[in-house]
Design a protein around this ligand. Sequence first.
Ligand SMILES: Cc1cc2nc3c(=O)[nH]c(=O)nc-3n(C[C@H](O)[C@H](O)[C@H](O)COP(=O)(O)OP(=O)(O)OC[C@H]3O[C@@H](n4cnc5c(N)ncnc54)[C@H](O)[C@@H]3O)c2cc1C
Ligand SMILES: *[C@@H]1O[C@H](CO)[C@@H](O)[C@H](O)[C@H]1NC(C)=O
Ligand SMILES: *[C@@H]1O[C@H](CO)[C@@H](O)[C@H](O)[C@H]1NC(C)=O
Ligand SMILES: *[C@@H]1O[C@H](CO)[C@@H](O)[C@H](O)[C@H]1NC(C)=O
Ligand SMILES: *[C@@H]1O[C@H](CO)[C@@H](O)[C@H](O)[C@H]1NC(C)=O
Ligand SMILES: *[C@@H]1O[C@H](CO)[C@@H](O)[C@H](O)[C@H]1NC(C)=O
Ligand SMILES: *[C@@H]1O[C@H](CO)[C@@H](O)[C@H](O)[C@H]1NC(C)=O
Ligand SMILES: *[C@@H]1O[C@H](CO)[C@@H](O)[C@H](O)[C@H]1NC(C)=O
Ligand SMILES: *[C@@H]1O[C@H](CO)[C@@H](O)[C@H](O)[C@H]1NC(C)=O
Ligand SMILES: *[C@@H]1O[C@H](CO)[C@@H](O)[C@H](O)[C@H]1NC(C)=O
Ligand SMILES: *[C@@H]1O[C@H](CO)[C@@H](O)[C@H](O)[C@H]1NC(C)=O
Ligand SMILES: *[C@@H]1O[C@H](CO)[C@@H](O)[C@H](O)[C@H]1NC(C)=O
Ligand SMILES: *[C@@H]1O[C@H](CO)[C@@H](O)[C@H](O)[C@H]1NC(C)=O
Length: 629
Amino acid sequence: MHLQLGIVLAGGIGVVALAHPHLGAATVVSRQTDATYDYIVIGGGTAGLTIADRLTEDPNTSVLVLEYGPLSNSTSITTVSGGVGGMTDPSLQFSITSVPQTNLRNRTSPVSIAKVVGGGSAINAMMTIRGTAEDYDRWASFFPAGKSSWTWKGLLPYFKRAVNFVAPDAGVARAANITYDQSFWGNTSGVYASWPTFQYPATTVLMDAFRGMEGVQFPGDSGAGRTGVFWYPQFADPKTVTRSYARTGHYDGKNRANYQLLPGSKVTRILFEGTRAVGVAYQAVPAGRNVPAGNGTVQEIIVRAKKEVILSAGAIHSPQILQLSGIGPKKALDAANITTLVELPGVGQNFQDHNVLSAAFSFRNLTLHPSTEDLFNNITFLTWAATLWSANKTGPYSLATGNAAAWLPFPVISPRHAELASLLTAQNHTASLPDDVHPTVAAGYAAQMSSLASAMQNNNTAFYNLVMSGGTSSGMLIDLHPLSRGTVTLDLRDPAGREPRVDYRVLSNPLDRLVMAEILRYTRRYHFDNPLTKNWGAVEYTPGSDVNTDEEFAAYLVDAVSPSYYHPVGTCAMMPRELGGVVDEELRVYGTAGLRVVDASVIPTIPGANTCQTVYAIGEKAADLIRSG
Ligand SMILES: Cc1cc2nc3c(=O)[nH]c(=O)nc-3n(C[C@H](O)[C@H](O)[C@H](O)COP(=O)(O)OP(=O)(O)OC[C@H]3O[C@@H](n4cnc5c(N)ncnc54)[C@H](O)[C@@H]3O)c2cc1C
Ligand SMILES: *[C@@H]1O[C@H](CO)[C@@H](O)[C@H](O)[C@H]1NC(C)=O
Ligand SMILES: *[C@@H]1O[C@H](CO)[C@@H](O)[C@H](O)[C@H]1NC(C)=O
Ligand SMILES: *[C@@H]1O[C@H](CO)[C@@H](O)[C@H](O)[C@H]1NC(C)=O
Ligand SMILES: *[C@@H]1O[C@H](CO)[C@@H](O)[C@H](O)[C@H]1NC(C)=O
Ligand SMILES: *[C@@H]1O[C@H](CO)[C@@H](O)[C@H](O)[C@H]1NC(C)=O
Ligand SMILES: *[C@@H]1O[C@H](CO)[C@@H](O)[C@H](O)[C@H]1NC(C)=O
Ligand SMILES: *[C@@H]1O[C@H](CO)[C@@H](O)[C@H](O)[C@H]1NC(C)=O
Ligand SMILES: *[C@@H]1O[C@H](CO)[C@@H](O)[C@H](O)[C@H]1NC(C)=O
Ligand SMILES: *[C@@H]1O[C@H](CO)[C@@H](O)[C@H](O)[C@H]1NC(C)=O
Ligand SMILES: *[C@@H]1O[C@H](CO)[C@@H](O)[C@H](O)[C@H]1NC(C)=O
Ligand SMILES: *[C@@H]1O[C@H](CO)[C@@H](O)[C@H](O)[C@H]1NC(C)=O
Ligand SMILES: *[C@@H]1O[C@H](CO)[C@@H](O)[C@H](O)[C@H]1NC(C)=O
């Protein structure tokens, strides 16, 4: 199964004519065999295009990006209003379903990830958020003290390089009470974070009501690296009021002969000479279609990398490609008849995502502050919104998914924070992991749990997230630091042809249920035990007044937890090798040369924030690491 370069089958033949290249964009090459580049980037997504753009700023550096999905002009990508148009378009996503979740009565979960040039940044909800300082300092904490530059301080310059912040309209900011602090942002990137020209009046009121809750902070900017209640921008180009994403920021208009992109290219393996990565094998796929499972007749095409191969296929496919290339847990590779080139037990382990908790609360008495629900039934409002949009691209249709949320630390939401932290410390962590877990992976998990136990007792890491809907009902409720860890493994029925087996293993750490119960209880108190909401006519539909004890919450959660908030990370973790790590602090895959992973999969512990801005920053920092050798 694992073939070395010189003996590859077919050798690469067909020259496939591509659809009309995107005018004004970087070059889309015709397929050719045995082409050689300095760098080959696997995956033209959020991180992949960031890297390719930065490396090709040097005209002497040639880069080929191989992207499975199409170069799509779909309006479901570009439209700002509603924010997640791309998500509703199946042609822009892989079709993957998780394995049945044991702790959710065997419910499965869709695994929503992008398959299109631009990757997740093309279909995401455009929420521009970063984690707290402690979220990034935690990454460095797994390495010997003081050695790692993967800290808040070390990443802040890359957050600034990654995103071009454009301040909100002064009138809108005043009306909605939006604050911001430009010192946390940059203004050079082609990826924009900007603001809609309308906010629902209820959003401001719902945010302000957190002043009735003890200990909540209100940092003046979402980029400050602090917990609290605050506004944040959206990934939109303020001039065109369309989605700003990796393609518009890092590909369109680059016009560089040294920057080539091949959409419709499914990478199957990385090719090695010894343990040095020297190229990749891929298959041409008709735009937007999957290579049929079990089709061994699709031709492989080979391209060579003179300097490095950079794996940026995202947290689901990067571990799959490493395993198909002979890098991973030996037992799993043996089972798939793949010769182990480098044994790395952490590949596909340590899988994390944020968990979404379903809960339905509302305020019936917020009539002084028209909500989204009121307004979307109001023909006067809708007509006004359409007029503003068609005249100047302003008004409600310039708003993506919303710009406000609470990101609260555990001591603020839970009087039981010390108790739960000590339960976590005392836990046999290995018991929450799969039976056959490798000791190094278990050691890494124990280190993570120790860090999170301390985070549960300070106010610098957000566990609780309530996303304001701008309506009378509370918005989405998220657990930002689940303690459970999942796996991404090869599907043995056809390891190369089928999508990997994705197991969130949600609630496998039993303490997650107690943390989630505290998240639900706090939301209840915000509605019912808050001097600032007491006249608003709060209602709780679910969990409901009959759910009160830990056991009742645990029973409720079986049907109320969704494993994914679309933020898969962790499957090629940047951790020491003895802690189950897959890449080092330069993002090089342990035991290899000429190979790095640069995408969400290197994130060792998920930040308490939507992940896109963090992935851009990782891409920017990686570009510097690669350029400096
Ligand atoms: C529906 C949705 C909503 C989201 N909402 C938000 C949000 O509002 N705010 C936020 O901050 N984050 C959000 N995210 C998360 C964020 O977009 C992702 O974390 C981020 O885009 C991941 O970047 P990446 O580079 O790791 O992977 P991706 O951007 O997914 O890139 C990976 C690329 O690799 C390609 N690929 C995979 N396998 C192969 C192969 N074998 N050969 C060639 N190419 C391959 C894929 O097609 C894809 O283009 C959302 C994500 C989704 C899916
Ligand atoms: C895609 O859109 C660009 C403008 O952004 C246009 O120049 C190009 O022709 C379009 N491509 C296709 C295939 O429609
Ligand atoms: C590119 O290479 C040429 C020839 O080797 C050299 O003269 C030139 O200075 C290089 N340019 C850059 C930007 O490094
Ligand atoms: C879940 O699936 C497993 C394996 O098929 C089965 O043994 C178990 O009974 C199922 N559990 C429930 C609650 O359906
Ligand atoms: C960009 O930021 C710098 C300082 O960070 C500032 O001097 C400059 O005026 C800004 N440019 C624009 C166009 O806002
Ligand atoms: C606006 O913000 C200020 C502090 O920044 C706060 O004191 C005030 O209550 C807020 N007003 C509303 C209506 O949210
Ligand atoms: C965190 O905030 C809570 C609520 O204000 C406060 O009681 C506690 O002292 C704070 N803890 C720390 C470690 O700062
Ligand atoms: C396999 O793929 C090739 C080329 O894409 C196609 O011609 C052939 O019909 C496919 N075979 C099967 C069994 O799907
Ligand atoms: C591995 O090889 C054995 C022996 O040829 C075969 O029976 C088995 O099906 C193969 N497994 C996979 C996953 O290909
Ligand atoms: C409908 O919207 C208009 C314009 O925003 C507003 O003036 C009016 O009060 C709204 N009517 C109702 C019933 O909410
Ligand atoms: C559009 O913008 C122009 C210029 O600022 C302004 O005069 C006009 O009233 C705006 N139209 C609408 C419908 O808001
Ligand atoms: C911890 O759990 C693992 C896996 O269930 C078990 O093998 C081990 O013996 C346990 N260790 C202790 C100290 O109980
Ligand atoms: C609704 O708000 C009004 C005005 O603040 C107040 O008098 C009334 O008691 C509230 N009703 C409920 C059900 O809270």
